[in-house]
Design a protein around this ligand. Structure first.
Ligand code: NAP
Length: 305
């Protein structure tokens, strides 16, 4: 029998992966937060994926972190700020050859997770797929996309990519996953905080081209200084292209703030500022952006980390 996929976190991306793997007949176990969430899940009877307007429920077996079953393959699908502590609870269950797939946006959480489980192989992912929850245990597949997977310390692809083919999860093994994660982080830093501070859709930033250009210049300097020059190439042009192509959308950070949810700021803009400081790089506009965003989040009573 093939190795079970343990999926940690039954949110948007966790459900999107768990349901597609289960649909392909692969063994999947869902790990939920606690006994109360487990009871709630059991009442619901499974995970529901809404795709092209049609809802299908998959009775994926669920458990809590206290379950004794050993884990060989763990998909970490919680938010960046929850990943380290959630994985730490599972560390005693990991087998000697365990592999973790980290779906978190931004940077910083991957290293924090890896430090909790030094014996395991940690694979990072960068995804353009989009999903959101429209109810408990129910997820809408909103944007078809692509997922890049890679391991900065070991270029050989894992055998379980075959499972992703079977589950029709579009993906590619990447030997430069860090560059992809940095590039995505830079795009996020140039767009998302400004959409929150200017209270606008992505397209609203077309009215703030100078501010965007100044941030892109500082971000490119940072990428070059921290050994990611490829992630800096034509950054401003790509930021402008994304702003134009997604003009009608609200950024993920905008949506988090609008829904009074905690943002992943520490793993995005916060991480960029922290790395700049570590390299003794003075990036005044990026720092000021962070201070404005932190002040704004505090004024709304939201966590600023
Ligand atoms: P989400 O919908 O908030 O789901 C996170 C899930 O993690 C929640 O179900 C939460 O449980 C669960 N969780 C947290 N701590 C846990 C613990 N200790 N044990 C078990 N479960 C735990 O988040 P998401 O949108 O899927 O995002 C996950 C990551 O993917 C983020 O870093 C995000 O930036 C990235 N990402 C998301 C998308 C997207 O379209 N959604 C796209 C690209 C990248 P509760 O339900 O009990 O709160």
């Amino acid at each position: 029998m093939s190795t079970p996929w343990h999926v940690l976190g039954a949110g948007s991306l966790g459900t999107l992966w768990a349901t597609r793997l289960a649909r392909a007949g692969l063994p999947v176990r869902l790990i939920v937060r606690d006994a109360e969430r487990l009871r709630s899940y059991q009442v619901a009877g499974g995970l529901t994926l809404v795709e092209h307007g049609a809802a299908t429920t998959y009775a994926v077996p669920a458990q809590t972190a206290d379950d004794p079953e050993p884990i060989r393959r763990l998909l970490v699908a919680c938010k960046a700020y929850d990943a380290e502590s959630a994985v730490a609870r599972l560390a005693p269950r990991l087998s000697a050859d365990a592999e973790l797939i980290l779906l978190q946006n931004g940077l910083g959480s991957q290293d924090a997770v890896a430090a909790q489980v030094p014996q395991a192989r940690c694979i990072s992912a960068s995804s353009t797929e989009g999903a959101f929850r429209d109810g408990d245990w129910r997820v809408v597949f909103a944007g078809h996309g692509f997922t890049w997977l890679g391991d900065a310390s070991h270029p050989v692809a894992p055998i379980w990519l075959d499972d992703l083919d079977a589950a029709k999860i579009p993906h590619e093994w990447s030997t430069d996953i860090l560059t992809r994660l940095w590039r995505k982080l830079a795009l996020n830093c140039a767009i998302n905080p400004l959409t929150v501070l200017h209270d606008c859709r992505n397209g609203g930033l077309e009215q703030h081209q100078c501010e965007v250009a100044t941030l892109c210049a500082e971000l490119a300097e940072l990428l070059e200084r921290c050994g990611q020059p490829a992630a800096a190439v034509n950054l401003q042009q790509e930021v402008e292209r994304v702003i134009h192509a997604t003009a009608a959308n609200y950024s993920s950070m905008y949506q988090d703030v609008a829904n009074q949810r905690r943002t992943e700021i520490s793993y995005l803009l916060g991480h960029a500022c922290k790395v700049a400081t570590r390299h003794q790089l003075n990036l005044p506009h990026l720092n000021q952006l962070q201070q404005r965003l932190v002040g704004h989040l505090r004024s709304l009573g939201l966590p600023s980390d």
